[in-house]
Design a binder for this molecule. Structure first.
Ligand SMILES: [Zn+2]
Length: 432
C-alpha cells in the first residue's frame, strides 16, 4: 500500500522544489502554446513566445487568466488535449454566472487524487481509517476528489454525499467513521444534529477535512469542541482540479500548497504586480503538471498570504493562509466593505450556529442588509420577548463589527437552504 506521505517530495529542499518548477513550467507553457489557441493569442498580444519562459523567474511575464476568460472560452476553449484523451469533467455550480467546466485525462485524475491523499494523510489518515465523504458527488469536485484520495490511502471509503442527515449519522455510528470530509457548514450542522440525538458518545470521529467555503477560526473551535475532533482545512477550486491544491497539517497554521504541481503567487489585485513573500494579496495559481486543463497564472480572487516559515510537520512546501475573503465575496453596502466572514465571527462569538444568510437589497436608493440567523433548538424555545432581545443584541454587535446597521432576523433551526452541503450565504437582490 503506497504511503501518501511522500517525504522525498513533501520535504524536498527549496532548491529541489524550484528545480522541479523550472523544468515543469517550461514544459507546461510549451504544451499550452501548442494546444490552446485562446491562450497563445494572449501570449502573442504581449509579444511572448515559449522561448521567453525559461523558468519560474519569467513567470511574471505571462498574461493572467481570469474567471471571465474561462467563461468566454466555455466549454472547450482552454482544452489542451483532444477530447478523446479526456476521461472526466467536473463543473462549478454556476450560481455566480456561467458554469466553468474542467477536463481531466486519466493522468490528471491520478495526480488530483494523489493531492487529496496527501491531505488525508496530513490529517492523520491511514489505511485503517473509515473515511466518511459527505461532500456532494457528481459535477461538484468535493465528493469525487476526497473519494479518490481516500481510496489511494486505503481507507474504507463511505461515499455518502451530502444530505439525509439521519442516514449520515447512522452510518457514522454503525461503521465507526473516523474521518469526516465535507463543507464546514455541513460539519457544523451534523455536529448539532448529533448532539440533539444524544449520540455524541457513539461517534468515533477523530478528524475532519473541511473546505469549499470560507470558515473562521471560531468555527473551527466550535466544530472541534462539538465533535471532539481536529478539524483541518483543505483548499482547491474546480478550475485547478478541485480540493487538494493545498491542505493543512498538524500545525493547523495554514495550508501546504502542493508545489510539485502548482506555483503560487500573490499579486496586488488592482495593479497585477507580484508582491513579495508575506504580503497580503490575491492568490494566483499556475499548474505545471496538467494535461487536459492547464491554467497559467489563474487569478483565484482569494485574498491571502504565503509563508515559507519552517513548519513543525517537516513539510517544506509553501503555506497559504486561510483565505481572508474573496475579492468577489466582498459586498459594498452603503459604501462600506463587508465580508460574510465578519458576520460569522459575530455569530459564533455570541453562541449562534454558523448558519446564516445575508440578503442585500436597495430600497429608495439606499442599500439594506438583512441577516437571517438560525437559532439553536434551545433558543427557538425561548419566549418571543427573549428572541426580540437577542435580535437587538446582535444588531448592536454587528454594528460594532461592520460599521453599518443591519437588520437581524432569527429563524427556526435548519430553515436556511443548503445545496451540495454548501450554505448559500449571500442573496444580493441588487444584482437580480
Ligand atoms: Zn506543516
Amino acid at each position: 500500500m503506497p504511503n501518501y506521505y511522500q517525504p522525498e517530495i513533501e520535504t524536498a529542499s527549496q532548491e529541489q522544489i524550484r528545480a522541479w518548477q523550472d523544468e515543469r513550467l517550461v514544459r507546461q507553457v510549451r504544451h499550452v502554446w501548442d494546444n490552446v489557441p485562446y491562450y497563445r493569442k494572449k501570449m502573442e498580444q504581449k509579444g511572448l513566445t515559449p522561448e521567453d519562459i525559461r523558468g519560474v523567474e519569467d513567470l511574471h511575464k505571462l498574461p493572467f487568466l481570469s474567471k471571465d476568460d474561462l467563461r468566454e472560452a466555455y466549454p472547450c476553449g482552454l482544452l489542451a488535449e483532444p477530447l478523446e484523451n479526456c476521461v472526466r469533467i467536473q463543473s462549478t455550480s454556476g450560481t455566480t454566472g456561467k458554469r466553468v467546466v474542467a477536463f481531466y485525462t486519466q493522468h490528471d485524475v491520478d495526480l488530483w487524487e494523489d493531492c487529496c491523499a496527501r491531505a488525508i494523510v496530513a490529517a492523520g489518515g491511514t489505511k485503517g481509517d473509515v473515511c466518511h465523504v459527505s461532500y456532494g458527488y457528481g459535477l461538484f469536485t468535493g465528493g469525487p476528489g476526497l473519494n479518490g484520495g481516500s481510496h489511494k490511502v486505503g481507507c474504507l471509503t463511505l461515499p455518502m454525499s451530502s444530505g439525509n442527515t439521519d442516514r449520515q449519522i447512522q452510518f457514522m455510528v454503525d461503521l465507526k467513521s473516523t474521518i469526516l470530509c465535507c463543507t464546514p457548514s455541513y460539519a457544523a450542522y451534523l455536529a448539532e444534529s448529533i448532539h440533539e440525538r444524544g449520540l455524541r458518545d457513539q461517534i468515533c470521529l477523530k478528524a475532519g477535512i473541511f473546505g469549499a467555503e470560507a470558515w473562521s477560526e471560531d468555527m473551527r473551535r466550535d466544530i472541534q469542541d462539538k465533535l471532539g475532533i481536529r478539524a483541518y482545512d483543505i483548499y482547491g477550486l474546480t478550475e485547478t482540479s478541485g480540493p487538494g491544491v493545498a491542505f493543512e497539517c498538524g500545525e493547523q497554521t495554514g495550508m501546504h500548497i502542493n508545489e510539485d504541481h502548482f506555483i503560487a503567487e500573490i499579486i496586488d489585485p488592482d495593479t497585477g504586480e507580484v508582491l513579495p513573500e508575506g504580503s497580503k494579496g490575491e492568490l494566483v495559481f499556475t499548474s505545471i503538471t496538467k494535461e487536459a486543463f492547464p491554467l497559467l497564472r489563474y487569478r483565484t480572487r482569494d485574498i491571502c498570504v504565503l509563508s515559507r516559515k519552517k513548519c513543525s510537520c517537516g513539510r517544506t512546501h509553501v503555506k497559504m493562509s486561510k483565505p481572508m475573503g474573496r475579492s468577489d465575496d466582498m459586498l459594498i453596502i452603503r459604501g462600506v466593505n463587508v465580508f460574510p466572514s465578519q458576520i460569522e465571527t459575530v455569530l459564533l462569538q455570541q453562541g449562534y450556529p454558523a448558519n446564516y444568510q445575508l440578503v442585500v437589497d436597495r430600497v429608495n436608493n439606499s442599500d439594506t442588509l438583512e441577516v437571517m440567523v438560525e437559532m439553536t433548538p434551545k433558543m427557538a424555545s425561548d419566549s418571543l420577548a427573549d428572541i426580540t432581545r437577542m435580535e437587538k443584541s446582535l444588531v448592536a454587535e454587528m454594528k460594532a463589527m461592520l460599521g453599518i446597521m443591519a437588520k437581524v432576523k432569527l429563524v427556526a433551526p435548519k430553515t436556511i437552504t443548503r445545496s451540495e452541503g454548501k450554505a448559500v450565504r449571500v442573496i444580493d437582490k441588487r444584482k437580480i
